[in-house]
Design a protein around this ligand. Structure first.
Ligand SMILES: [Fe+2]
Length: 211
């Protein structure tokens, strides 16, 4: 193979890798906005009559409908590839996968309870507030772990074939209903609030910075 062909091959490989990593990092930034929103809205106190509970429902609805089935699935696939190559500690890999499963379960439970709260069903509002903040913290923690362990290991150890296999896993044609292009009608209010938050975010909070 000529040096020119080598260069093309190397660029192609880097492109496949950058495409996936950049997509995941972009999604982490966006999920960080939702973490901020969940914390701020929970601090405003959940009340069946307060408008903010509808936002919490929308946020959980988005999180369970999109990142749980696309973003996390892509990362789980990276974990599996790295574990097969012994390029990631088994403990870390299994921890990331367990965190994803927990986020799916907690997100669905929380959504169900928030929807019950909007119907005025009797439940501890304080407990719901705490669970929203706990869910937000788990999501934030999961992203930090991935950026410190999974992404660097994947960049160092996965090859072109791996990256293309990972890319092929995702559900095709499913676009992000909140952040990509036209916002789904269901999430218009959520989108507006997230963008308004961008101007008032706290610079000290890692995932709120620069919003
Ligand atoms: Fe992630």
């Amino acid at each position: 193979m000529s040096p020119y062909q080598d260069q093309i091959e190397e660029n192609w490989e880097r492109d496949a890798m950058s495409k996936v990593i950049e997509k995941l990092q972009k999604e982490h930034f966006r999920l960080g906005r939702l973490v901020c929103l969940l914390n701020e809205q929970a601090n405003l106190r959940t009340d069946a009559t307060a408008p903010n509970i509808a936002l919490l429902v929308d946020a959980l609805c988005y999180l369970t409908r999109f990142p749980d089935v696309t973003h996390h699935m892509l990362e789980d696939r990276m974990v599996e590839k790295l574990l097969a190559k012994k390029a990631l500690s088994v403990e870390v890999g299994h921890e990331i996968e367990a965190q994803h499963l927990r986020l799916i379960r907690d997100g669905r439970d929380l959504l169900r309870d928030l929807e019950a709260a909007t119907r005025g069903e009797n439940m501890s509002q304080e407990l719901v507030d705490i669970r929203v903040r706990l869910y937000a913290e788990r999501l934030r923690h999961n992203m930090v772990i991935e950026e410190l362990t999974l992404f660097p290991a994947a960049e160092a150890s996965l090859n072109d074939e791996d990256w293309h296999a990972i890319e092929d896993i995702g559900p095709h044609g499913q676009s992000d209903p909140l952040f990509d292009g036209e916002v789904d009608e269901q999430f218009v209010q959520l989108y507006r609030v997230i963008n308004d938050e961008a101007t008032t975010a706290h610079a000290g909070a890692p995932f709120c910075a620069g919003l």
